[in-house]
Design a binder for this molecule. Structure first.
Ligand code: FPP
Length: 240
């Protein structure tokens, strides 16, 4: 597709979710440590948040740290926690002034107390913003989310006949967000890696070869143009 000719489609997805993959390979290709890739990825987040607002996306969900990422070397895990904290320090004011509402998906409990407090404060500060809902999946896993929902349904003593897909969705971390229309994975990997297992049932997938730090506004626009050409059938058939 020719970059020059791309126009913003009229039918942009309401909710875009992104697996920001390839930070490590981006760094290795430059002879840099992996954390340099995560820092570059964080810088890129600003570009993509701005582009999401420009493209009238209402919900943006980013996979920042999975329940499995704890198994990475301690130095990388600590580095990612530090990057998250710094991002909140540096970007919160700007995000708030630009009408971005921050939400968290996942379990906060295992995270350092100070970072937990900062995340909660950021959520509280931005809770009335409506320009863009930014769901940050941090210590998030789709299986963990489903188990967490089941446990809470049991705790609430719901009867089987009271449980349907809508009720179940309300027990997920994403209770306040519609299902993603489009899920993007960067870096050319073709798998879902425990991301939005329930919510992604009818999402359109887009795989970009670019590593996350290189996935810029034009790359996002390409994904939106591609999405615009999809025929979403949700298990039914197109009108004949
Ligand atoms: C996947 O690349 C990326 C991650 C596990 C972390 C993503 C995190 C950021 C972009 C930091 C900013 C976000 C917040 C909100 C903290 P990888 O490390 O698996 O790359 P590789 O597959 O090339 O090794």
């Amino acid at each position: 597709m020719d970059k020059e000719t791309l126009e913003i489609p009229k039918n942009t997805p309401q909710h875009v979710a992104i697996i920001m993959d390839g930070n490590g390979r981006w760094a290795s290709a430059r002879g840099l440590p992996r954390l340099a890739g995560h820092r570059a990825g964080t810088e890129n987040l600003r570009t993509i948040i701005e582009a999401a607002v420009e493209f009238n996306i209402q919900y943006l969900t980013i996979y920042a740290f999975s329940t499995e990422n704890w198994k990475r070397p301690e130095q990388e895990v600590k580095g990612l926690m530090r990057i998250f904290r710094n991002m909140l320090d540096r970007e919160l004011k700007n995000l708030h002034e630009n009408g971005v509402q921050l939400r968290h998906l996942g379990q906060l409990d295992p995270i350092d107390q100070d970072l937990q407090r900062r995340v909660k404060e950021a959520i509280e500060l931005t809770k009335d913003n409506t320009r863009l809902i930014l769901n940050v999946a941090f210590n998030y896993g789709g299986r963990d989310e489903i188990l967490h929902a089941v446990k809470n349904i049991i705790k609430d003593s719901l009867a089987p006949e009271e449980i349907d897909a809508d009720v179940f969705s309300q027990y997920l971390y994403t209770a306040e967000s519609p299902d993603p229309d489009l899920i993007i994975r960067t870096s050319g990997e073709l798998r879902c890696s425990n991301f939005l297992l329930w919510q992604g049932a009818y999402s359109e997938w887009y795989y970009a070869p670019a590593y996350w730090p290189d996935f810029d506004r034009e790359e996002l626009l390409k994904a939106l143009v591609d999405y615009d050409q999809r025929d979403r059938r949700f298990g039914t058939i197109s009108p004949q």
